[in-house]
Design a protein around this ligand. Structure first.
Ligand code: PMP
Length: 440
């Protein structure tokens, strides 16, 4: 294999073929907190891959489970039949469902990715409304600057105009205002104040469209991919109250926040707000095998499975729903999380993490720093277009020096594996500080 890849045949995601000034760096192997590139250089993983490798790389328990399952049974259909691992995994996930057993989000639907989880949740929401005699409720509301993957459902409810521009969308989608206020958020450790008024924007959409047209509202409890936007205090509570008042289902997209990222198993546990549906993926299998899952309330499940208009309304399921190898990976991942207390470890590291990240305050070009759990968003001042994004320079410099960060435009996002040690946090912050200074 060549160390300088040709882009002749491989059409990379995220239009990367256009973005790369030089050939992309190639990663060859990974263990614990580190990748090794094809030239033998070590790269500290500041982003847990793409927010997914929560238990760190190369976990043997997961690898063994996957290898064993591949030999035992590589594939089994999940239509009208099944295999024990899917039932076992669903039962274990239900026992650790967002909000605990009392929240009642115990019905688990398996998908193959975050985007599929989002599509699944949207379809379940609309089908549920119909099943309870609310067939006019087909509209789904998202939030500006929300990210929900790249399926047609996800881009329609997603709040990134650029992602929606050239495609036909799910009819009737609309977006509540986003939570990000650079002035109020600046250098805040923890959550900004005054969230309820922002959530009131849902009232505007209810007045505009009529509650009887709205099936569901979907939000990330903490927006990740679009730049780590924290919900102000009271925001999610008010969203829950308003959606309930108007008969609208509330969907939390926990593809990023799920499985320990905030220091609790799910954001539902962190904020104490219980939605009707929760989407997950990424950390579900520690990123080792593609898989997603939707947690649905018992009420929704009951109406769809046993109500007067039952299954016929909801033909839904994927070839890889409940894939045996993915279930094996997921079961092993859950065991690792439990054995090592990883679903709450971010809480123990959060003070050190947040103090270290906030020590960057005052460096030239930083306009905002946001932290929660083991997540950070560092917003840099934009340069004039011709000069190119400051974020890209920071990414390039960090990578050259052995640190993987994620940048979207001028926001640098960090979300390291939950096994990170304090010295590694200090290394990340030191390398990042140098790169930010150079990009000034
Ligand atoms: N929802 C959220 C909140 C995400 O962050 C992502 C991926 N970053 C997705 C959905 C889509 O997941 P996938 O890329 O696995 O389809």
């Amino acid at each position: 294999m060549s160390n300088t890849p040709s882009l002749e045949n491989y059409w990379m995601p995220f239009t990367a073929n256009r973005q790369f000034k030089a050939a992309p760096r190639l990663l060859a192997s990974a263990k614990g907190m580190y990748y090794t590139d094809v030239d033998g250089g070590q790269v500290l993983d500041g982003t847990a891959g793409l927010w997914c490798v929560n238990a760190g790389h190369g976990r043997e328990k997961i690898a063994d489970a996957v290898a064993r399952q591949l030999i035992t049974m590589d594939y089994a259909p999940s239509f009208q039949m099944g295999h024990p691992l899917a039932f076992d995994f669903a039962e274990k996930l239900a026992a650790h469902a967002p909000g605990g057993k009392k929240a009642g989000l115990t019905k688990v639907f398996f998908t193959g990715s975050g985007s599929e989880s989002v599509d699944t949740a949207l379809k379940i929401a609309i089908a549920y409304q119909r099943a309870i005699g609310q067939g006019t409720r087909t509209r789904v509301i998202g939030r500006e600057r929300g990210y929900h993957g790249v399926g047609f459902g996800g881009i329609s409810v997603g709040g990134l105009v650029n992602n929606r521009r050239v495609f036909p969308l799910l009819p009737g989608t609309d977006h509540i205002r986003h939570t990000h206020d650079p002035v109020r958020n600046s250098f805040v450790k923890g959550l900004p104040e005054h969230g309820a008024d922002l959530a009131d924007d849902l009232e505007r959409l209810v007045a505009l469209h009529g509650a009887e047209t709205i099936a569901a509202v979907i939000v990330e409890p903490v927006a990740g991919s679009t730049g780590v936007l924290l919900p102000p205090k009271g925001y999610l509570e008010r969203l829950r109250a308003l959606s309930q008042k108007h008969g609208i289902l509330l969907i939390f997209d926990e593809v990023i926040t799920g499985f320990g990222r905030l220091g609790t198993p799910f954001a539902v546990d962190y904020f104490g707000v219980v939605p009707d549906l929760v989407t997950t993926a990424k950390g579900l299998t520690n990123g080792a095998v593609p898989m997603g899952a939707v947690f649905a309330s018992e009420t929704i499940y009951g109406a769809l499975m046993h109500g007067p208009e039952s299954q016929i309304e909801l033909f839904h399921g994927y070839t890889y729903s409940g894939h045996p190898v993915a279930c094996a990976a997921g079961l092993a991942t859950l065991e690792v999380y439990q054995e090592e207390g990883l679903l709450t470890r971010a809480a123990a590291m959060a003070d050190h993490w947040q103090d270290a990240i906030h020590s960057l305050k005052g460096l030239p070009g930083i306009v905002d720093i946001r932290t929660i759990g083991l997540v950070a968003g560092i917003e840099l001042a934009s340069r004039p277009d011709a000069v190119g994004a400051r974020g890209y320079d920071v990414f390039t410099d960090c990578f050259k020096n052995g640190l993987l960060v994620r940048v979207t435009g001028d926001i640098v996002a960090l979300s390291p594996p939950l096994i990170i040690e304090k010295e590694q946090i200090d290394t990340i912050v030191s390398m990042l500080g140098d790169a930010i200074k150079k990009a000034a």
